[in-house]
Design a protein around this ligand. Sequence first.
Ligand code: PLP
Length: 365
Amino acid sequence: MLNKGCTEEDLFSFLSRKKQEDLDHAFILSSMCTPPHPVAVRAHNLFMETNLGDPGLFPGTASLEKLLIERFGTLFHHKEAGGYATSGGTESNLQALRLAKVLKHVKNPNAVVPESAHFSFKKACDILCIEQRCVPLDKDWRMDTALAAEQIDKNTICLVGVAGTTEYGMVDPIADLSRIALQQDVFLHVDAAFGGMVVPFLPRKLPFDFALPGVTTIAVDPHKMGMSTIPAGCLLTREPDMLSALNIDTPYLSVKQEFTLAGTRPGAPIAGALAVLDYLGVEGMKAVVSGCMKNTERLIAGMETFGIPRAATPDVNVATFNCTKVPERWKVSWTRQCHLRIVCMPHVHRDQIEAFLRDIGDLNA
Ligand code: PLP
């Protein structure tokens, strides 16, 4: 720490220089986050100092969190769903497994997850001492449900399906998983961290939510396709009061117990997340998602004209290719199977897709 503070001018010129070292979003094609919507920024700034670690001090902000959960419950066909705002998909997935572990009371618990599951499940299983059983995918990069059913035994506490996989943008056959979960009496957690803000707005209906009776919990991240400020995730539970199973006593706070993972929790991104949902509404979100899907389709079609085939036909806006080289100025990513991966987020406009395709054309000329 500096012994004597610096001037505000020096401080902010230093911070601005550091900010300039960050990459320009115009070239970021690999991220599942996107610059926040202006209404999210405005709402975030209004609630900057709020702390939902002590909700009794911020009853207005706490009521926004309730509203956010109610909005997602309604969107996911279960208005009465319980839940809370997390820091993102990692925390939601961890808390979902923690809930399954506490409520299922099994000595050596295991969770059955698809090979495509996000690495947060590995962290969660490590922390919670749960055995992670990985299920292979079918030829379309979706969880093989027959193999999933085979992996379940008396120690299985939770089956996991993904709605919008991180690498290939696929939605697992959640309706089949729901049937299996009910038959075998295990929880079904749906990781819709990415797809939860895409699938409900697609013209094609892909069942993944509480309309399926076997779905116990759902993770959805407003800080991804919900265009909120970071960090904003949500964990939803079918039973409104389910999370109270995780309650621990909290002396010296305005509430006597809490079930959240974090203590101090920012209210600002919750206000940001709710602001975007209410400002855009279903129609606005459909327009955003439709734009992202059209760009994904255009990218796939364009790449194929250069003889670069798709690796998958995605359900959501993640495009993957059998391609080994990309011009350097673009920030792309690569899957574990070494496929080129591009996420067509709201900041990836049509102009960028066309510029990227031109560069790919030049590289392959
Ligand atoms: N689940 C899925 C499907 C994801 O794609 C991601 C991140 O990309 C996560 C969970 C983890 O989310 P976070 O990085 O917000 O913790």
